[in-house]
Write a protein that binds this ligand. Structure first.
Ligand code: ADP
Ligand code: MG
Length: 248
């Protein structure tokens, strides 16, 4: 990491996406999921990727998380070019720096809430006593201390997503990616979940990238990146708008 270009990248954003393109091939057909995306996300920013179904949001998020390889372009997170990492490097990178929140919660059905939350710590080799203590602290923070011994099926959708949030934040990742985190929730539960996730990210200046098709969800962000047909259509600075409104 000594070249001038990379140093500049580190300074300009925790996530740096440059001319990103992703093409899927289905037989003879080419699907351009992402055409040409360049974007920087700052440390501690809450950034929302907003767009209709099929616009390329999940593709973009999956590539930021290193789950898929770009057809062209680069993604740099914390100064690391993740599109060049091998699977082992990626797995370690994710364990150390990245948390995920999923639309369908992705909790393990046979584990309790506490065990689900402590799972990322298990992968990091944290001892059981410490793990349980940290997981319980997180469950308490999301208001589910009493539910620590419940299995996912014994909780509502909103409660399961709060467990999902506790799990994403338990290892204090630098970046949290959330793909349609409120997609399966009613509107009241959605706003509770959004308030929680934003509050958790703000507390430790963590960077939060949320993908959604719901403008109501996007309103919680500092910045909304509108995507359409695999391109950025518009970038809206919400924080500045909010500050201007407050000044009036
Ligand atoms: P969104 O999350 O915004 O709904 P996606 O990123 O899932 O959109 O998909 C963007 C486009 O890429 C869509 O046209 C979709 O059908 C296509 N696509 C996504 N994943 C694949 C895949 N694995 N193979 C082929 N096409 C895909
Ligand atoms: Mg999607």
């Amino acid at each position: 990491m000594t070249s001038g270009k990379e140093t500049k990248v580190i300074n300009s954003g925790i996530i740096q996406i440059d001319k990103l393109r992703k093409i899927y091939r289905l037989g003879d057909e080419k699907v351009i999921a992402l055409d040409n995306i360049s974007l920087q996300i700052a440390r501690g920013e809450i950034c929302c990727i907003l767009g209709p179904s099929g616009s390329g949001k999940s593709t973009l998020l999956n590539m930021m998380a290193g789950l898929e390889k770009p057809s062209r372009g680069s993604i740099i997170i914390r100064g690391h070019e993740i599109s060049r990492m091998n699977e082992n490097q990626l797995a370690r990178f994710r364990q150390k720096y990245i948390g995920f929140v999923f639309q369908s919660y992705n909790l393990l059905p046979t584990l309790t809430a506490l065990e689900n939350v402590s799972l990322p710590l298990t992968f990091r080799g944290v001892k059981k006593g410490v793990r349980d203590k940290q997981a319980l602290k997180m469950l308490t923070a999301v208001g589910l201390k009493k539910h620590r011994n419940h299995k996912p099926a014994q909780m509502s959708g909103g409660q399961q997503q709060r467990v999902g949030i506790a799990r994403a934040f338990v290892s204090h990742p630098t970046v949290i990616f959330a793909d349609e985190p409120t997609g399966n929730l009613d509107s009241k539960t959605s706003s509770e979940v959004m308030q929680l996730i934003v509050q958790m990210a703000r507390q430790n200046q963590q960077t939060l990238v949320i993908v959604t098709h719901d403008a109501g969800v996007a309103a919680y962000a500092d910045r909304i990146v509108h995507i359409l047909d695999g391109n950025i259509a518009q970038i809206e600075n919400i924080t500045e708008t909010r500050e201007m409104k407050n000044e009036v």
